[in-house]
Each structure stands twice: as C-alpha cells, then as structure tokens.
Design a protein around this ligand. Structure first.
Ligand SMILES: Cc1ncc(C[n+]2csc(CCOP(=O)(O)OP(=O)(O)O)c2C)c(N)n1
Ligand SMILES: [Mg+2]
Length: 236
C-alpha cells in the first residue's frame, strides 16, 4: 500500500521519457587516439594499451573517478568475472580489492585501474600486498587532480575551485612500500612495458601520466544537474 501510494504521489508522468540504451559506447577509436593535445597519452588509448598488453583473461578492478568512465567504455570485457567495481558506495581506493581478487584467483592476471587521488588513499595497503608477495598491477591514471570533482563542477556550474593533488611522486611512493614501479606518459609506452619483470613475486605500480584535456563526452546527467543547479540559484 505504501509503495502504491508513493507511486501515485510521484509525478512520474511528468518525467521525460528517454529511450533505453544498452551496452557501452566506444566514443572514439582508442588505437588511433594516441597522445592528447598536451602531448601525453590519452586515457582512451591507455585503457586500450593496458588491455592489449595483458593476458586476455585479465581481471580488472576499477576505482572511483573520471578514469572509471574510460575503463567502463573502453575495456572490452568478455567474462562475467573480469570487471570488478564498487558502484554502490563508489569509494575511492576500492580498487585495492585487486588484493582479494588475486588471492581468490591466483592463476589470473589482476590489474587495478585507479586515479592519483585514489592511489593516495590505498598506497600503504600495497605494503601488505608486498609482504604477501601478491602479484597485482596497479595502473594509476595521474591527471594531478581530483578529476571527476573538478570536471563535475566545471560541467554543472561552468567554473570550479582547484582540486590539484600534486606534488605526488607515485613511483617513489610505490617503491617505499615495497612495490616495483614504472612511469609512462606517451602512447606506445604501456605496450613496451616488461610486465613479467614488474610483477615478480610482489605488486607493481604503473603511473600513467594521462592527458588532462581528453575528456569523456558530456551526457544528459550533467544537463539535468545543471538545470537543477540553475533552478535553485534563481529560487534563492
Ligand atoms: C572515499 C571517497 N571520498 C570522496 C569521494 C568523492 N569522489 C569521487 S571521485 C573523486 C575524485 C577522484 O580523483 P582521482 O582518484 O584522482 O580520480 P580521477 O577522477 O582524477 O580520475 C572524489 C573526491 C569518493 N568517491 N570516495
Ligand atoms: Mg586524478
């Protein structure tokens, strides 16, 4: 009865009807993406190179932030257990679940994809991974800012406070907690990584210095949020 009354009370009929969409979109050709306008590897291309470089059955854990959208749209996942992401709470650093995934599936290549902000939160956990010799890979998409927050502000309000995260020496932090490390910034460099040497009886961190000017296309969510923000501004 409560749910029926709630449904009756909601102005459902007033909501615009949007056609349902299924699956994910490849917005651009990742192979052709190369470097972005700043001369650094485009995140689209980075995702493509990571997947190309790792075994076909690699298991990915994905963090919270702008890199999540690139991972969602550009990873090609063919197995039901190869894409682990916590969309419920969406906690930054949750991709450290790579440790659990590796313990559960020691035979699989396990790779986390996270942002520099998330990496700050999880870095010391890698000391545990090192102590237990867990062979996990952590790809840190470093845009030197809390990208999703800054871009969200920009897209909704047309302006944003700074959300810079730097200075952050990611390879040095990785080494300090007992992980191997590498740093890449241009297209092609992930393809040339010696993964076997990196993940050898312990975790490895690959800093991917991505091009900050390559963004995902805006979707209707921002339009809706922007409209709400404008309405509350004019009501105030
Ligand atoms: C523990 C926690 N704090 C705050 C947030 C809100 N939040 C979502 S994404 C994000 C920024 C993430 O920055 P980064 O890890 O650098 O990823 P990027 O968006 O730059 O790819 C923040 C602060 C969150 N999801 N979890
Ligand atoms: Mg970031």
């Amino acid at each position: 009865v409560f749910l029926r009354d709630l449904c009756m009370a909601l102005p459902l009929r007033a909501l615009p009807k949007t056609p349902p969409t299924y699956g994910v979109t490849y917005y651009s050709d990742p192979e052709a993406a190369g470097n972005g306008p700043e001369g650094r590897i485009s995140p689209v291309r980075a995702i493509w190179e990571i997947q190309r470089r790792l075994p076909a059955d690699a298991l990915f854990t994905v963090d919270s932030g702008e890199h999540f959208f690139f991972a969602t749209h550009y990873l090609r996942i063919a197995r039901p257990d190869a894409f682990v992401v916590m969309t419920g709470l969406g906690s930054m650093a949750s991709s450290i679940s790579a440790m659990g995934a590796k313990l559960a599936r020691p035979d699989r290549c396990v790779a986390a994809i996270c942002g520099d902000g998330g990496f700050r939160m999880m870095a010391t956990e890698l000391a545990t991974a090192a102590r237990h010799r867990l062979e996990i890979l952590v790809f840190v998409f470093n845009d030197m800012r809390l990208g999703m927050v800054e871009m969200g502000h920009q897209r909704i309000f047309g302006r944003s406070p700074g959300y810079d995260t730097g200075p952050l020496d990611i390879p040095a932090i990785a080494r300090a907690v007992g992980a191997r490390s590498a740093s890449v910034s241009r297209a092609g460099e992930i393809l040339s990584l010696d993964i076997d040497a990196l993940v050898d009886r312990g975790p490895a961190v690959v800093e991917v210095r991505i091009d900050r000017r390559v963004e995902m296309p805006k979707n209707r969510r921002f339009e809706t949020l922007g409209n709400v923000a404008n309405q509350s501004r004019s009501a105030a």
